[in-house]
Design a protein around this ligand. Structure first.
Ligand SMILES: [Zn+2]
Length: 176
């Protein structure tokens, strides 16, 4: 199995704390991406969706996963377990440094996540504390913060899945 961290970045103007509407560990937030098969290296044509509250039995009877999907091109079956408690919002500080934030960690067997898709159901707040619901389907967001009296915007969305390793650190588990 391999652990993949979902990293997201964006240019934030007057905004901070970009994350799914219920937080990174929102049980119902659907993370959308495609799967590349480890057996035949083909990438699925359809986008897959995983969320923490979707739990399925593994076909070998050895536990559960958040997704079990058979490859369309070979007999291989892949599975994904989401690991909550590792995500942080994308802050304006990270954005200004050109860094990305880890939202979620995925433990993958037989498949590799790729091509993350930003959809609806995100939130952020202005630097004055005004909260905004954000639809990232179009990849951009422009609004005016009435109470703060300044325009806010988001652009240049990017995302990547980075291979990370599980580490014990002062009694806690981290993925770096
Ligand atoms: Zn395959």
């Amino acid at each position: 199995m391999v652990f993949y961290a979902l990293l997201v970045g964006a240019e934030l103007d007057g905004l901070t704390n970009l994350q799914p509407a219920g937080g990174c560990d929102d049980p119902t937030y659907p993370y959308y991406f495609k799967l590349r098969c480890e057996g035949c290296t083909e990438t699925s044509t359809k986008t897959t969706c995983v969320s923490l509250d979707e739990v399925v039995e593994l076909s070998n009877g050895k536990g559960t996963a958040n997704l079990v999907q058979k490859c369309k091109f070979c007999p291989r079956e892949g599975s994904i377990v989401m690991i909550p408690g590792q995500g942080t919002p994308l802050t304006s500080e990270l954005s200004q440094k050109g860094e990305m934030a880890c939202l979620m960690v995925f433990e993958c067997r037989g498949c590799e996540p790729t091509e993350f898709a930003f959809g609806n159901g995100w939130k952020a707040e202005s630097v004055h504390g005004t909260k905004f619901d954000i639809d990232l389907s179009e990849g951009e967001f422009d609004e005016y913060d009435e109470s703060g009296g300044c325009p806010v915007s988001l652009s240049k969305l990017q995302s990547t899945f980075k291979v990370v390793k599980k580490q014990g650190f002062h009694g806690k588990t981290r993925y770096v």
